[in-house]
Design a protein around this ligand. Structure first.
Ligand SMILES: [Zn+2]
Length: 269
């Protein structure tokens, strides 16, 4: 009787060991299948989202450049901003929202392109929860905007700016992953080192000018965040004085077309 119990116990132990071995093998196998699948998947993962090549020119000795950038347009204010830029004969960059690229704004965007300004991608739909829900929704959104710009405006842009910036808490800690995905597709990310704070709180013409000039005039390379959304009337008013001041300090104005990418240092850590 005792002997039998022992052998039963041995069989039970052996069965458990055997079962766990089989399970482990099955899991490993599943893992292999999964990794092969994701490799294949990656090759076909939003293939249309591929940036064109662009030339990057580093800053020359003693050169000081102001890159005016406008997010969240186009809107009726974009046209007014284009008038001011034309008056000073300077170039800037517009990070557009796909949903704002309506039929009645088409001429405005075409004018911006024709007058030598750069167009960058901001988002097709500027809603953090939707855009940043996961990598899939992020790439899907950007691919939609990229194709829209290509098909409706005949441009392929390599420039983009994350809504909220690359360190935004709205990215749910996925900023580095999204940045990597875009960079490996050849896109250049542009955060900013100067902000007009013109889309937060209740900005005034003078608060926008102060915010930009206080920091901007100390930079060699000022990447200035402003907005050209429908609520950016104060930005339009503030703009001429901002341009005058930069000019007086010897700055040149350029679009980001040939600029070196600028990402908040924390996003690279
Ligand atoms: Zn924005």
């Amino acid at each position: 009787m005792k002997k039998l119990e022992k052998s039963q116990l041995l069989i039970a132990v052996l069965s458990v060991v055997l079962l766990s071995l089989v399970l482990q093998l099955a899991l490993n196998h599943k893992g292999e299948i999964k990794s092969v699948f994701s490799e294949n998947e990656e090759n076909n993962y939003y293939p249309a989202l591929m940036a064109p090549r662009r030339t990057v020119k580093p800053l020359a000795e003693g050169e000081r450049i102001c890159y005016l950038t406008f997010d969240d347009g186009p809107s009726e204010n974009t046209e007014k901003i284009l008038d001011i830029l034309a008056k000073y004969d300077i170039k800037a960059t517009f990070f557009v929202i796909g949903e704002a690229l309506t039929e009645d704004r088409k001429a405005t965007v075409e004018r911006a392109i024709e007058e030598g300004h750069a167009i960058g991608m901001h988002a097709n739909v500027h809603v953090y929860e939707k855009l940043y829900a996961n990598l899939d929704s992020f790439l899907n959104d950007y691919e939609t905007l990229y194709e829209k710009l290509k098909e409706d405006y005949g441009i392929e842009t390599a420039l983009f700016r994350f809504p909220g910036g690359s360190v935004c808490t709205c990215l749910n800690g996925q900023g580095k992953t999204y940045l990597h995905e875009m960079e490996k597709r050849g896109f250049s990310c542009f955060d900013w080192n100067v902000s007009g704070e013109d889309s937060v709180g209740s900005p005034t013409v003078s608060s926008i000018q102060k915010n930009v000039l206080k920091k901007g005039l100390d930079c060699r390379r000022a990447i200035v965040l402003l907005h050209d959304s429908g609520s950016a009337a104060k930005t339009v008013e503030a703009l001429p004085e901002i341009i005058e001041q930069f000019k007086e300090e010897g700055f040149e104005f350029q679009s980001l077309e040939n600029a070196e990418s600028y990402v908040f240092p924390a996003s690279r850590e």
